[in-house]
Design a protein around this ligand. Structure first.
Ligand code: B12
Ligand code: SF4
Length: 499
C-alpha cells in the first residue's frame, strides 16, 4: 500500500516538515508493509513559484510567507497578505499541487495541517477527492485538532459538511499510533467499519468519532527521524533539520496551547538522543539542527549526557532551542554554547510582575535581563518574545513592558505578539461558555480567520487606548506587533459563503 504524506506551502523553509518525517519513520518501523513518500511543498516552494510565474500576473515571489509579504508591500502591520492571494492564485497553486500529488498514485494521502496552510490544504483535498473518489484522505496536526475541538463546543455550520464530502479521516493530536491503526484497518477493509481511537471520520452518513487516545507514554519507543528516506531529497539538500527531545512543557503558561496539546511533559533518554543525532547528522549538510521542542529547560535529568551527545557531533553541528529564563545561569549558557548551541529563544512576555503572575509565566523582568545577558556573554544569539494586551494590561503595566524592551536593547531580537486566546490553552479551557463568542462561522468586519468557515472574533482584553499605545510605542522602537490589531476582515476570497 502506498502512502503519500503532504505539507502545503507557506514557508520557503530548508528543513523538511518534521511531523511528516517523524510519522514516516514510525510507520517504517511499525508497518513495514507500507511504502511512504513525503512531498513537502515548502521545500519545493521556489519551483512552485516558477510554475506560476508569468501565468498569474503580479504574483509575489514569496506569496506564501506572510512576513515577507508584509515587508514587500510596505503595508501597515494590520494589512493582510490576502490581497496577494486572490482566488485565481489560490486555484492555480492548488491545481499545480494536485497534479503533482496525483502523479504518485497513492492509496492514502495524509496532510499535516496548521493554521497558516489550512486555506490551501482544504481546496487541495477537495481537488484530490474529485479526481480520486477511492483514495483515503487523512489530515492531522495542531490546526485540524484545534478546529475539531472548536466544532465540538460551538456550532460551525458548513465545517462538518465540507469534511464529510471529503470523507476525511482526522487524526487528533499525537499521530503515530492512530495513523498506523487507520492505515491497517483501511489496508484490510478498504473502509473504516468501526471508530478508531484518536480519529474522527467525517462521513456523509454520520460522523464516526473514536475514543480519545492517551499520549505516547514512553518517547523512547519512537524511532529516530529518518531524513534520508521517503523521497525527500528530490527537493535538494537540507540546510537544517529538526530533532525532538521532549513533548509538552514543564510550565503551564495560561496563554499557551502547547501543554494542553501535548499533555504530560515527556522526554527521550540521553541514549536515544545520541541515536537521533547520529541518524540525522548525515542529512544536515550545512550542519544546523533545530529542536522541535516547546522548550529545552535548564537542569534536565541526563542533561550533561545530552549536551555531550550534541558536542560530540563530528563534523561539528550548531543548533538552536527555545528555553526559559529561569535556570539559565552563566554556567548553563556556557555549557549550551560548548555543545554547539548558538541561538536561544526565551519567552519573556511582559515587564510587569502582576501580568506575569496572571499569565502564570515563571519569569520576572530581572530574571529575563540576567538570563539574556548570560546567554549573550556565553556567545549565543538571543531572541525574546513578549505578549501585549493580555487581560489586565493597563497603561502602567505596558509602560513597564516598554521599559523592559528598552533595557533588553537591540542586541536581542524581540518578537512581540498581541494576546489572542489559543485553543488548548488554560485561558480558553477555563471559559467554555465563551467559546461561542470566540469562534463563529459568520464573517464579521472585526473577525480574524483561523481557517475556512471558522472565524475568530478577537475580543479586546484591555482598553483600546492601551492597545493603540502598545502598537505606537513599539513601532517607534522599530518593533512590529505580530497579531491582528484593529482587525479588518481577514476574509480570503471565496470563503465568505458557506459551502
Ligand atoms: C518547529 C516549529 C515550526 C517550524 C517547522 C519546521 C519544520 N520543518 O518542521 C517553522 C519555524 C517552519 C514553523 C513555522 C510556523 N509555525 Co510552527 N511550530 C514549530 C513547533 C515549535 C514544533 C513543531 C514540531 O515539529 N513538533 C514535533 C512534531 C512531531 O509534532 P507535530 O508537528 O505537532 O506533529 C505531531 C502531531 O501534531 C500529529 N500530526 C501532525 N501532522 C500530521 C499529519 C498527519 C497525516 C497525521 C496523521 C498526524 C499529524 O502527529 C505528529 C506526531 O505525533 C510547534 C510547537 C510545538 N512544540 O509543537 C510550532 C507550531 C506547530 N507552529 C505554529 C505556527 C502558528 C506556525 C506558523 C503559522 C507561524 C507563523 N505565524 O508564521 C508557521 C507555519 C509554517 C507552515 N509551513 O505551515 C503553531 C500551530 C498552531 C495551529 N493552530 O496550527 C504551533 C503549535 C506553535 C503554537 N503553539 O502556536 N513552526
Ligand atoms: S509559553 Fe513556553 S514556557 Fe510557557 S507553557 Fe508555553 S512552551 Fe511552556
Amino acid at each position: 500500500m502506498r502512502l503519500l504524506l503532504v505539507a502545503t506551502p507557506f514557508w520557503d523553509t530548508e528543513s523538511p516538515a518534521f511531523a511528516l518525517v517523524q510519522l514516516a519513520s514510525y510507520l517504517k518501523q511499525e508497518a513495514p508493509w507500507l511504502t511512504t513518500t513525503i512531498v513537502d511543498f515548502n521545500l519545493l516552494a521556489p519551483d512552485l513559484h516558477q510554475a506560476l510565474e508569468g501565468v498569474v500576473e503580479g504574483i509575489h515571489p514569496r506569496y506564501f510567507h506572510w512576513g515577507d509579504a508584509f515587508a514587500a508591500l510596505d503595508e501597515p502591520a494590520h494589512a493582510t497578505p490576502d490581497a496577494l492571494l486572490t482566488a485565481d492564485k489560490i486555484r492555480l497553486l492548488v491545481d499545480v499541487m494536485a497534479e503533482a500529488v496525483l502523479r504518485y498514485d497513492a492509496d492514502a494521502i495524509g496532510f499535516t495541517v496548521n493554521l497558516a496552510t489550512w486555506f490551501l490544504t482544504l481546496p487541495l483535498m477537495e481537488a484530490l477527492r474529485a479526481a480520486r473518489p477511492d483514495v483515503l484522505l487523512i489530515a492531522g496536526g495542531p490546526h485540524i485538532s484545534l478546529l475539531d475541538e472548536v466544532a465540538r463546543h460551538v456550532a460551525l455550520p458548513g465545517f462538518e459538511a465540507r469534511l464529510a464530502k471529503l470523507s476525511l479521516v482526522v487524526v487528533l493530536r499525537e499521530g503515530e499510533a492512530t495513523l498506523q491503526d487507520v492505515l491497517s484497518v483501511w489496508a484490510e477493509h478498504r473502509c473504516l467499519p468501526t471508530p478508531i481511537a484518536g480519529a474522527v471520520h467525517f462521513r456523509a452518513e454520520r460522523v464516526s468519532r473514536g475514543p480519545s487516545r492517551p499520549p505516547v507514554q514512553n518517547l523512547d519507543t519512537l524511532p529516530s527521524p529518518d531524513y534520508r528516506d521517503f523521497g525527500l531529497q528530490t527537493a535538494g539538500a537540507f540546510a537544517s533539520v529538526h530533532v525532538e527531545l521532549t513533548r509538552g512543557c514543564v510550565n503551564h503558561c495560561r496563554f499557551c496551547s502547547d501543554p494542553g496539546y501535548w499533555g504530560k511533559y515527556r522526554r527521550r533518554c540521553a541514549a536515544k538522543v545520541r541515536a537521533d543525532l547520529a541518524a540525522v547528522r548525515p542529512a544536515t549538510f550545512a550542519g544546523v539542527l533545530r529542536l522541535a521542542d516547546s522548550g529545552f529547560y535548564p537542569g534536565l535529568r541526563d542533561q550533561d549526557q545530552i549536551l555531550e551527545a550534541f558536542a560530540s557531533l563530528r563534523p561539528r553541528a550548531t543548533w538552536s532551542a527555545y528555553t526559559t529564563a529561569r535556570g539559565l545561569t552563566p554556567v548553563h549558557a556556557r555549557d549550551l554554547f560548548a555543545a554547539g548551541c548558538r541561538l536561544l529563544s526565551l519567552g519573556v512576555e511582559s515587564g510587569d510582575d502582576e501580568q506575569l503572575a496572571r499569565m502564570a509565566k515563571p519569569c520576572s523582568p530581572d530574571l529575563a535581563l540576567t538570563a539574556l545577558a548570560a546567554a549573550r556573554d556565553a556567545g549565543h544569539q538571543t531572541e525574546a518574545s513578549m505578549v501585549v494586551c493580555f487581560p489586565g494590561e493597563t497603561r502602567s503595566s505596558l509602560a513597564r513592558t516598554l521599559d523592559l524592551v528598552d533595557r533588553i536593547g537591540s542586541a536581542t531580537r524581540l518578537k512581540v505578539f498581541e494576546f489572542m486566546p489559543a485553543v488548548f490553552s488554560r485561558f480558553v479551557s477555563s471559559r467554555p461558555a465563551q467559546w461561542s463568542t470566540y469562534f463563529s462561522d459568520t464573517p464579521r468586519a472585526d473577525a480574524v480567520c483561523v481557517g475556512p468557515h471558522v472565524y475568530y472574533h478577537p475580543p479586546l482584553y484591555c482598553d483600546p487606548a492601551v492597545r493603540d499605545r502598545a502598537y505606537d510605542e513599539l513601532a517607534q522602537r522599530g518593533l512590529r506587533v505580530d497579531g491582528f490589531p484593529r482587525a479588518t476582515a481577514l476574509r480570503r476570497p471565496g470563503m465568505e459563503k458557506s459551502p
